[in-house]
Design a protein around this ligand. Structure first.
Ligand code: G3H
Ligand code: 13P
Ligand code: ZN
Length: 323
């Protein structure tokens, strides 16, 4: 057993308290490789923002869980070396089963999500409570989910979404003991959230549901998944350099700002980072077809990613200066 405190990590409890009190959201950025981690930590140190490093089950498979554990420890030291020890949470994103959550807790994660949102309500309560009982022995915080987001992740996938039912949230929190709750208010995972014709706006999020949840759980940390904005300029850049991503839109920054200033204190962003890296890599390889040193395309990809994260932190989530 490696406890997260030995790695210099923190759980999400105090960060969420600050976020709720201050009307901002903590960034939860997914990572699978070194460049993404460098970009996240660089952006958070420069903006003095706390951060949640998210690892999906797919990321654990891709990057190897032992390497990830050492990368997270490295992230803590890297932040210090860059000049500011921002608080860092290592979080399992969309944990699919008790065993996955347990394995992460035993290898240094400070926070886990158990995603039972696709299960019947009572089963969701059962598995979530099981994870909470194990996690809390080690002061690891737990995120549960009610309501289903559409989109594909490795193990937890759903074709159709269903909004969170506000009338269930108090009972769920009471019976599971979760520390935060992910809800479904119209976002979905991936870069194809809303199919739009050029110039068309995607439908607004269901803030009425968020407000009802907030009324029923005053001061309780709410999590927003599927919060990428799918920036049009990045999509255009990908397409300009040989890609093909058409008629897609994400969640507008105005809506994210509104969410961040409410009970939403954790905002999950993965797809926008994937798009930014892809745009930078395509640009280099198109403009310099003879390039074959990965540092010369992964480096610009990392720089673009860092700028994107800084923009999110400073202009959208409001977490700059909160570390
Ligand atoms: O919500 C899911 C994240 O974007 C992780 O995606 O399962 O492909 O790593 P992944
Ligand atoms: P996006 O696909 O919108 O970036 O959402 C990521 C996410 O919710 C990770 O859990
Ligand atoms: Zn998610």
């Amino acid at each position: 057993m490696i406890h997260y405190k030995e790695l210099g990590l923190v759980n999400s409890r105090e960060l969420f308290k600050g976020a709720i009190k201050g009307g901002y959201a903590i960034p939860a950025f997914n990572f699978n490789n070194l460049e993404q981690l460098q970009a996240i930590i660089g952006a958070c140190v420069e903006t003095k923002s706390p951060v949640i490093l998210q690892v999906s089950k797919g990321a654990r498979k891709y990057a190897n869980q032992t390497l990830l554990q050492y990368l997270a420890k490295g992230a803590v030291e890297y932040a210090k070396e860059l000049g500011y020890a921002v608080p860092i949470v290592l979080h399992l994103d969309h944990g699919d089963a008790f065993e996955t959550c347990k394995a992460c807790i035993e290898t240094g994660f400070s926070s886990v999500m158990i995603d039972g949102s696709h299960l019947p309500y009572e089963e969701n309560i059962k598995v979530t409570r099981q994870v909470v009982e194990f996690a809390h022995q080690y002061d690891v915080t737990v995120e549960g989910e009610l309501g289903v987001l559409a989109g594909i992740e490795d193990e937890v996938s759903a074709e159709h979404s269903s909004y969170t039912r506000p009338e269930e949230v108090e009972d769920f929190v009471k019976h599971t003991g979760v520390d935060s709750l992910a809800i479904s208010i119209g976002t979905s995972h991936g870069a194809f959230k809303f199919k739009v014709k050029p110039g068309e706006m995607p439908p607004p999020l269901r803030f009425d549901i968020l407000e009802e949840v907030e009324k029923r759980l005053p001061g309780f940390p709410i999590v927003l998944h599927g919060a990428s904005s799918v920036p049009q300029d990045i999509v255009d850049e990908i397409n300009r350099y040989g890609g093909k991503l058409d008629n897609t839109a994400g969640v507008s920054e105005d809506q994210l700002r509104r969410a961040a200033s409410s009970a939403v204190c954790k905002i999950n962003i993965d797809s926008d980072g994937r798009l930014a890296m892809t745009a930078a890599i395509r640009k280099v390889l198109t403009e310099k077809p003879s390039e074959f040193d990965p540092r010369n395309y992964l480096g610009p990809a990392r720089d673009k990613l860092k700028e994107l994260y800084k923009h999110k932190i400073v202009n959208v989530l409001g977490s700059a200066g909160k570390a």
